[in-house]
Write a protein that binds this ligand. Structure first.
Ligand code: GDP
Length: 208
């Protein structure tokens, strides 16, 4: 997990023509606005301050690239589902994020953040549809799980897991809380695996 420390901001892009050259491996973070994406990025990279601030005016519609290690990149995709955004803004989001997902060959996987209290909303389904043509691996973080009781969290995990397994071949799902630091090791291991660093320790499997 320590390997995700020390991320460095590389660049922000507002349109596809200025994407950085493809190099190394990329893992993208996506989710509805307010789902907890920035908090998850901060928790996973052990940033104390809000390095990833989705609500900064002007940054909300950009793709932000952060380097991790020599040849890994975390890619913060603009959130979706903002209330009352003009049609033109939505269209621009679709072409930017859709274009990135369709064309980016060094993209190894997408972490999709969903508020555990409101998972699998229509826009989440729609987003997953975009991953389908290229079969991009998906890992869902059911965020803010500290807001659910243990029993509620367990049944949400089971329900979302069943839906996702039915919906999409290349997916996995876990509970996550940035606040209570739940699920950090599991999520970090998935990122490391995608970045091509399988040597990083996975969380222990029960019974081992
Ligand atoms: P983003 O818009 O997806 O980047 O969401 P943010 O990370 O900015 O979080 C949205 C809101 O949810 C903020 O008020 C956060 O403090 C809160 N939040 C994020 N993660 C957690 C969490 O793990 N637990 C709790 N209780 N609140 C969280």
């Amino acid at each position: 997990m320590d390997a995700l420390r020390g991320v460095e901001f590389v660049t922000s892009v507002a349109d596809l023509s200025t994407l950085p050259p493809e190099q190394g491996a990329e893992v993208a973070f996506a989710g509805r606005s307010n789902a907890g994406k920035s908090s998850a990025l901060n928790a996973l990279t052990q940033r104390q301050r809000m390095a990833f601030v989705s609500k900064t005016p002007g940054r909300t519609q950009l793709i932000n690239f952060f380097r991790v290690g020599a040849d890994g990149f975390l890619v913060d995709l603009p959130g979706y589902g903002y209330a009352a955004v003009p049609d033109a803004t939505r269209a621009k989001w679709e072409s930017l994020v859709g274009g990135y997902l369709r064309t980016r060959e060094c993209l190894r996987g997408v972490l999709l953040i969903m508020d555990a209290r409101h998972p699998m909303k229509p826009l989440d389904y729609r987003f997953i549809e975009w991953l389908r043509p290229a079969g991009i691996p998906l890992h869902v973080l059911l965020s803010k799980c500290d807001k659910l009781s243990k029993a509620e969290a367990a049944s949400t995990l089971q329900a979302v897991s069943a839906i996702l397994n039915h919906e999409y071949d290349h997916c996995s799902v876990q509970l996550f809380s940035s606040l209570r630091k739940i699920g950090i090791v599991e999520a970090a291991a998935k990122i490391q695996e995608w970045l091509g660093r399988p040597d990083i320790k996975k969380p222990p499997v029960k019974g081992e």
